[in-house]
Design a protein around this ligand. Structure first.
Ligand code: ADP
Length: 487
């Protein structure tokens, strides 16, 4: 009797396997391992792909041994996106360290891409040219690692993202899914195929890339614990969270409040191109039916709360920020702009820096803490405004998750600032839930309609009836952003 699914969440800083009880519709066990990152030069970020695999296998085995592999129906996978691994097709051995999404080593190359090519890339992939995405990272390894060149000449090289590496190691198949492919800058999100023109431009032969399958495909079978377990249901982490949050209709959106902030917004079958510097991406696919999404992110969100706690020593815990913010009726005119590392969409200004304005002798730490929390909500409002303008689709509600979504003040303020409800789920591990649900659909354990009911709300934050004050505060925030951009 198959009672469980496993959701494998291969994140940047940790890898988790979570055991999902199919009948009880909840997670019952989590096994977790931290993953090392290394920073060999300024702006470079690397990981050991072998370590990612061994730790994935370790946490999977912890789940398997706890209930017995015979009770597992299958494994779903969500993963850190854009990170690149190149490996030997015969041995599975990586040719170099994985280049992690944050790594900036190819930013000079990306800056040199001519404007007409940028336009072509944006039209075909939905992405702005940036070192963040996989294409220039693959090119870098092909140009700089002799073992990669040698294997390519011998027809034995594989290049892929973390999902395809893990699937290869676990099942022997060389495949990826639409969502991960859509972050490589080599995949045409309209034709759903690797794009010949882009492959030529980046010097990446099609033969070294995986086959691309729907999120709900059975990717292969993993021999684990004496069983052959289907690895089925794969999506990039933010897309898995969109799915786990049951954002299945056009206009459904979710915000993950982690270190940074990610807003994804379902645009249905419409592939909306953004005039505001947002990313157009594949949200998920059920079989060949594609749902597109717009994505916007703020580099700093929870990290600002960490800064209050660890940098300024104003808080003993991140959670304490809630009580402090609630202890004052407003920020007393203080505004904060979280531009520690520049500002993302819609500004894309890497020179902007953080700013605290409106200080008086009467400013207390509660005002500052409140201004920091408010700035997170204002940043999300800016992204939501861009999305609604670009798509002409109205956002109806925001589903929230991530560490800082525990903050009731922040979630209420977010509802007030957006003017729509903010809906917090009982299961905040949306990424893992998305992987489990995609796996359940792939294996015909759940149908598409049924999964929407598997997400339940823990609390719904309703916006204030009179939002005049919030609009005024938002305008003050935008003014402060203008100042931060003048740096
Ligand atoms: P990530 O997955 O990006 O590592 P998490 O989703 O675990 O992040 O969220 C951690 C972040 O959330 C930290 O930056 C922390 O400061 C912030 N955070 C956690 N709890 C709270 C809270 N109650 N209020 C505000 N911020 C919080």
């Amino acid at each position: 009797m198959k009672e469980y699914l496993i959701a494998l969440d291969a994140g940047t800083t940790s890898i988790r396997a979570m055991l999902y009880h199919i009948e009880e519709k909840r997670f019952v066990l989590t096994a977790q391992q931290e993953v090392e990152q290394s920073f060999p030069q300024s702006g470079w970020v690397e990981q050991d792909a072998d370590e990612i695999y061994y730790k994935a296998a370790y946490v999977l085995n912890r789940c398997l041994t706890s209930v017995g592999a015979g009770k597992i129906a299958g494994i779903g996978l969500a993963n850190q996106r854009e990170t690149v691994v190149l490996w030997n097709r015969e041995t599975g051995e990586p040719v170099s360290p994985a280049i992690v999404w944050q790594c900036r080593r190819t930013s000079d190359f990306c800056a040199s891409v001519p404007n007409e090519m940028r336009t072509i890339i944006a039209e075909k992939t939905g992405l702005p040219v940036d070192a963040y995405f996989s294409a220039s990272k693959i090119k870098w390894i092909l140009d700089n690692v002799s073992a990669a060149k040698q294997l390519m000449a011998e027809g034995k090289l594989c290049a892929g993202t973390v999902d395809s590496y893990l699937i290869f190691k676990l099942t022997g198949n060389f495949v990826t899914d639409y969502t991960n492919a859509s972050r490589t800058m080599l995949f045409n999100i309209h034709t759903l195929d690797w794009d010949g023109e882009l492959l030529r431009y980046f010097g990446v032969p099609r033969e070294i890339l995986p086959d691309v399958k729907p999120c709900t495909a059975v990717m292969g079978y993993a021999s684990l614990g004496g069983e052959k377990l289907p690895l089925a249901g794969v999506a990039g982490d933010q897309q898995a969270a969109l799915f786990g949050q049951a954002c299945y209709k056009e206009g459904d959106g979710k915000i993950t409040y982690g270190t940074g902030l990610f807003l994804l917004f379902n645009t249905g079958g419409q592939c909306v191109s953004s005039g505001s510097g947002l990313i157009t991406t594949i949200g998920y696919s059920i079989g060949k039916k594609i749902t597109y999404a717009l994505e916007g992110s703020a580099f700093n969100a929870g990290s600002c709360v960490q800064w209050l706690r660890d940098g300024l020593g104003l808080l003993s815990s991140s959670g304490e920020s809630e009580q402090l913010a609630l202890s004052v009726p407003d920020t007393g005119g203080v505004r904060f702009v979280p531009a520690f590392t520049g500002l993302g969409a819609p500004y894309w200004n890497s020179d902007a820096r953080g700013l605290l304005s409106g200080l008086t002798r009467g400013t207390t730490k509660a005002h500052i803490v409140r201004a920091v929390l408010e700035s997170i909500a204002f940043g999300a409002r800016e992204l939501a405004d861009c999305m609604q303008k670009d798509s002409g689709i109205c956002l109806r509600e925001i589903k929230c998750d991530g560490g800082a979504s525990a903050n009731n003040f922040l979630m209420q303020f977010q509802a007030d600032v957006l003017g729509i409800t903010v809906n917090r789920p009982k299961e905040r591990e949306s990424t893992a839930l998305g992987a489990a649900l995609l796996c359940g659909i792939a294996l015909d354990l759940f149908d598409e309609k049924e999964v929407a009911a598997l997400r339940t709300s823990e609390r719904i934050f309703t916006p204030a009836a009179d939002r005049t004050l919030y609009e005024k505060w938002y305008r003050e925030y935008l003014k402060a952003v203008g100042r931060a951009l003048m740096n």
